[in-house]
Design a protein. Structure first.
Length: 374
């Protein structure tokens, strides 16, 4: 079940992204990307200062290898920073953030390995790295499973550190592991509250409170990646749906019944649409569906199914009597390389044709001189 159909946050909502809607996943990645850039810049700025410690605390024999590792570390940070600016990779921000956390952990493990023969007491100056990385997890709106994945790897590095230093007592190592686990618990708790808050704020900003569907702005922003003039990179089916004589329903039965009609129709659209479809309340009694159906006949058939089910949909008025409505639908195919607004305009023309021809019907825009066909 989609998170936004439940309307409340719970541990299961933040456990994994499996139940997150596609639009929220995209928005979370955008939000996470801004945090990723900030942390990446912090690591880049601090890297030269960390390199100074190497000169004073590490044996001269291993400094060339450490410098190479530092350069690899720095290069990886630059690559991650460049990738965050690539709009096509917006859906991979979580993976990039986890990689950003694991790179310093790998460097620390390498440092432990290369300094093992020297038994350096000054290496304690590097012991803060795992604790810093676990604390950094709380900055990102990770799901609990994502945080646990990164945290488990950091814990393994810390265990390797304990194995690498047999001179210290077992109680000292247990104390380190306990402290790291405690910090990880705090970070995971912060992730839960962080993501829960993000889910609530996102719903309030992008979803219609009455129907639970996306609002117009959210859907268009999702499809165009924030650029209204951007062209589509795939073929989509566009359905623009308008409830017939909805104003009369409000006048005859009251706005409370009108709201029940809108909610029932929104639920009908959810039920009879594909899981990959994007559905939005476009405004008032208008709704918009963007689907992966790219064949005109199949698109018109899908629209007809919605129209037929709408005919049989009813809600009860204050006296318990059934109240129903019909819907007019305009359909068009959004071609690759054109803007979404162009395709929606064609669907709007087809919808106008369906309304003018008597309502309660589907009109498909043919892109010929004749605007639409029934």
């Amino acid at each position: 079940m989609d998170y936004f159909q439940r309307g409340s946050s719970s541990v299961t909502d933040t456990l994994s992204k499996r139940d997150h809607s596609l639009d929220f996943s995209y928005a979370r990645n955008q939000y996470l990307g801004s945090r990723l850039k900030t942390v990446c810049w912090i690591f880049l700025v601090l890297s030269p200062f960390w390199a100074l410690f190497d000169q004073f605390l590490l044996p001269q024999e291993i400094l060339p290898e450490v410098r190479v590792a530092r350069l690899v570390f720095f290069f990886c940070l630059v690559v991650i920073l460049m990738l965050t600016r690539w709009r096509a990779l917006v859906n991979y921000q979580v993976a990039l953030a986890i990689v950003l956390i694991l790179i310093p952990a790998c460097f620390y493990a390498f440092l432990l390995f290369i300094t093992n023969p020297y038994q350096l007491p000054n290496l304690a100056n590097y012991y803060f790295i795992p604790f810093l990385l676990v604390a950094t997890l709380s900055i990102f709106p990770f799901t609990l499973s994502e945080s646990l994945t990164a945290g488990f790897f950091i814990l393994m590095v810390q265990l390797y550190s304990c194995f690498n230093d047999p001179s210290a007592s077992i109680y000292f190592h247990l104390q380190e592991i306990w402290l790291l686990a405690a910090l990880l618990t705090v970070s995971i708790t912060a992730n839960h509250f962080h993501l829960s808050l993000l889910l609530r704020l996102y719903r309030q900003a992008t979803h219609d409170q009455l129907t639970g569907l996306m609002n117009r702005h959210a859907l268009l922003n999702l499809m165009t990646k924030g650029n209204e003039t951007a062209t589509l990179n795939d073929v989509y089916g566009i359905l623009l749906l308008d409830l017939d004589r909805f104003k009369k329903i409000n006048d005859d039965y009251g706005h409370a019944i009108g709201d029940k009609i809108l909610q029932a129709f929104a639920n009908l659209l959810k039920k009879h649409s594909q899981t990959t479809d994007y559905i939005a309340r476009y405004g008032g009694e208008e709704f918009l569906i963007i689907t992966k159906i790219s064949n005109s006949k199949r698109l018109k058939h899908a629209a007809e199914e919605i129209r037929k089910h709408t005919e049989t949909m009813t809600v009860s008025d204050l006296t318990g009597q059934p109240v129903g409505c019909t819907v007019s639908i305009g359909a068009s195919i959004a071609k690759q390389g054109e803007t979404l607004q162009t395709a929606i305009q064609r669907a709007d023309e087809a919808l106008y044709h369906a309304k003018r021809s008597g309502r309660n019907q589907v009109a498909l825009h043919t892109q010929n001189k004749n605007a639409a066909t029934k």
